[in-house]
Design a protein around this ligand. Structure first.
Ligand SMILES: [Ca+2]
Ligand SMILES: [Ca+2]
Length: 392
């Protein structure tokens, strides 16, 4: 530091010697000092500069001071042992500026200089490290951003990253990189630290920010398969859905057309009347303390047969020429299409597919019944038959 000032002063003296407005060639250093702030912010207004000679002049002699505030080598900008130095007038922008003072006493003159770092703003330069996630699973990439505030516009930012928490900011080669993405193989708490500075910070320490990501091993599940007879009252069973780690706790969510209708701790489910005519599947979840929950898995869907809750019936008298009227009974059969088929002794009567039927001569001596059938694409075909009428 001292050496640099000395060099500056040497340059000043040689410049002054050549300039008409310069101080006397005999001006010496060391007997006058400038007291100035090391840093002045453009938004803070003028700073006060003080000058003083090392020793009190004797014998009633006075000291005169002349200032060079614009760094042009001429001591023509201010007088007196104190002056205001306005960075918006003398600097206009951030960077380093040199001020000088020339003190004259008793025929001798002395010069001193001081370097002032001009910064854009008095607001502190801050750094915050942000991550997209504070919890992640092994092998999942996590992005980190270094966000700075109050860096002077146009200044150059430099970053250093410590990604392995060894205290060395040597893990990213590009000093301009304010973003990293990384994944961990090992579970645990992982600390990421970034430091940053801009090129007008002088001797200020680096701004530092850290964040922690808790990395866990995810719970995984294999795909489940749903099997069983898809009919009301039957039990469906899910196989597969093997969890890893094996001690993860599984739950089975039974889905009716995609909506959960039951949650069980076992892999089976007895179909209810409400399931008739719907598609049933199961979604399996797994959780284990200290582990990231895995993605849920969903089985195949089974189409549950429509369900007849009251048999079809026939009104009318079984006599030749009389009209019989069929009633379909009660069904749980959403989305299904209904059809009728009249039967003679349990065998199809060709063409008799309406809801009513006129008893024919050929029916004499036989028993008439009605079969109602429910159909829907992708679903089992379900029929129910009425009780047979007495012999015609
Ligand atoms: Ca000047
Ligand atoms: Ca490191």
């Amino acid at each position: 530091m001292h050496r640099r000032i000395a060099v500056v002063i040497t340059v000043i003296v040689s410049t002054l010697a050549a300039a008409l407005t310069a101080a006397p060639a005999s001006a010496a250093t060391g007997a006058v000092q400038i007291y100035a702030p090391a840093t002045v912010a453009l938004d803070e207004g003028p700073a006060t500069l003080l000058a003083a000679v090392d020793e009190e002049p004797c014998c009633g002699q006075s000291v005169t001071y002349a200032w060079d505030l614009d760094n042009d080598g001429a001591y023509d900008d201010a007088t007196g042992d104190r002056t205001e130095w306005d960075p918006t007038r003398w600097a206009t922008g951030p960077g380093q500026r040199t001020v000088r003072v020339l003190a004259a006493v008793d025929g001798a003159s002395f010069v001193a200089s001081s370097t002032i770092t001009v910064i854009r703003s008095s607001s502190p330069f801050t750094l915050v490290l942000q991550s997209l996630m504070s919890a992640a699973t092994t092998g999942t990439a996590v992005g980190f951003w270094a966000t700075t505030t109050n860096a002077p516009s146009g200044s150059v930012l430099t970053y250093g990253w410590d990604l392995d928490a060894d205290g060395d900011f040597d893990d990213v080669a590009d000093p301009g990189q304010g973003y990293v993405s990384l994944a961990w193989d090992q579970p645990g708490s992982h600390v990421v630290t970034v430091r940053a500075r801009h090129d007008q910070m002088g001797d200020d320490p680096w701004a530092i920010s850290s964040t922690t990501v808790v990395v866990t091993v995810p719970v995984t599940l294999t795909d489940p398969t749903l099997t069983g007879i898809a009919r009301v009252g039957q039990r469906l069973t899910a196989t597969g859905a093997t969890a890893s780690p094996g001690n993860a706790v599984r739950t089975w969510e039974w889905l009716r057309d995609g909506t959960v209708v039951a949650t069980t701790g076992v892999a089976s489910y007895v179909l209810t009347t409400g399931d008739a005519g719907r598609r049933i599947s199961v979604r399996v979840r797994a959780a284990l303390a200290g582990h990231q929950p895995g993605t849920s898995v969903v089985s195949n869907a089974l189409a549950v047969a429509a369900h007849n809750t009251a048999r079809p019936s026939i009104t009318g008298v079984a006599r030749v020429g009389r009209r019989l009227t069929g009633r379909p009974g009660s069904w749980v059969a959403p989305g299904h299409t209904r059809s009728f088929q009249w039967l003679r002794d349990g065998r199809v009567i060709r063409g008799a597919t309406r809801s009513s039927y006129v008893v024919a001569r050929g029916d004499r001596g036989h028993r008439i019944s009605l079969r109602v059938t429910m159909r829907r694409a992708g679903f089992p075909v379900v029929s129910a038959v009425s009780a047979a009428l007495p012999r015609v």
